[in-house]
Design a protein. Sequence first.
Length: 131
Amino acid sequence: MTRTAGAAAVMALALAALAGCGEGGDGRGRLHLPGPGFVPDPGRGQALFRAHCAECHGVDARGTAKGPPLVHPVYRPSHHADLAFHFAVRDGVRQHHWHYGDMPPVPGLTPEAVGHIVAWVRAEQRRAGIR
Ligand code: HEC
């Protein structure tokens, strides 16, 4: 599972890099990744998470009846890299780990906003001893 997801992410990156000509820039916007020099801010991430993700993942990212906890070993960095968060927000997620149904794409968030959110979720994971 871990290797497959990692390999899929690497493949997606490689494909996106290959397909990246013609849009200008270095393809990061297309990949939904923050630009170079981005400084993540977990405090902003928490506020953004509460506004856009908490409905399903819970105000403290411990889950609700509509979505799984993200402060959970399954979402540790080695199993779901930061890229998985960017893809989840941009494209949504098909139900595969749990039984809550699919996650719809979350519109209106910049790559930087997602970068802040990831920083906060990672900090919460570390606080919970998940590394
Ligand atoms: C409408 C409910 C809903 C909202 C809103 C939502 N999610 Fe999800 N999310 C889910 C569900 C359900 C899953 C689990 C899918 C599965 O694996 O079965 C999920 C899974 C994920 C995953 C795991 C992706 C993977 O590759 O397995 C990440 C990361 C994630 N969500 C991040 C977010 C973030 C960040 C936000 C806010 C910007 C957000 N979600 C908003 C329902 C939601």
